[in-house]
Write a protein that binds this ligand. Sequence first.
Ligand code: HEC
Length: 136
Amino acid sequence: MSDRAGASPAWSPFKTGGIVLMRFRLLGAGLLAAGISALNGMPAALAQNDSPYAGGDAARGKQIFASNGCGWCHEDQGRKAGRGPQLMNTKRSDDFMANRIATGAPGRMPAFGQGLDDQGLRDLIAFIHAIRPDAG
Ligand code: HEC
C-alpha cells in the first residue's frame, strides 16, 4: 500500500468503485467470449483452455482496462509499448498476466488485485487476447 503507484490519481478511484457493475454481466459472458473467438477466426472450443483465467468477457475487460487507466502505460489500448510493454500478441501465459495485473511490478506497474476479483482478471485477459491492430 505504500507502493508509490498507489499515489497516482489515474486509477486509484476505481479501487473502490466500478467493480460492482461486473456482477451484472455474468450471463452474457460465455456467449460474448464465444463470439469474439469466432471473430478472431478461432473456434470457441479451441479458445477454451485449462487456464483458470479462460472464459472472460473481452468487452467487459476493455471497460475495466479503460477505467483502471491501464492504457496510460499500455498505450493505444495495449497495441504498443509505452511506459509498459505492448500487450497485443503477448506470449505470456494467462497465469503470468493475471499475477502481474494482481500484484503489479514494484516501481513499474501498480497492483490491481485489490480492486479486481477473478472475474475481472478473466475479463482483462480475454480483452488482452482480443486486441487486434488498429484498422486506421
Ligand atoms: C504505471 C504504468 C502501468 C499501468 C497503469 C499498468 N501497467 Fe501493466 N505493466 C507495466 C509495466 C512497466 C510492465 C512490465 C513489468 C515488468 O515486467 O517489470 C507491465 C506489465 C503488464 C503485463 C505483463 C505483460 C508482459 O509482457 O510482461 C500485463 C498483462 C499488464 N501489465 C496488464 C496491465 C493491466 C490490465 C493494467 C490495468 C489494470 C495495467 N497493466 C496497468 C506498467 C503499467
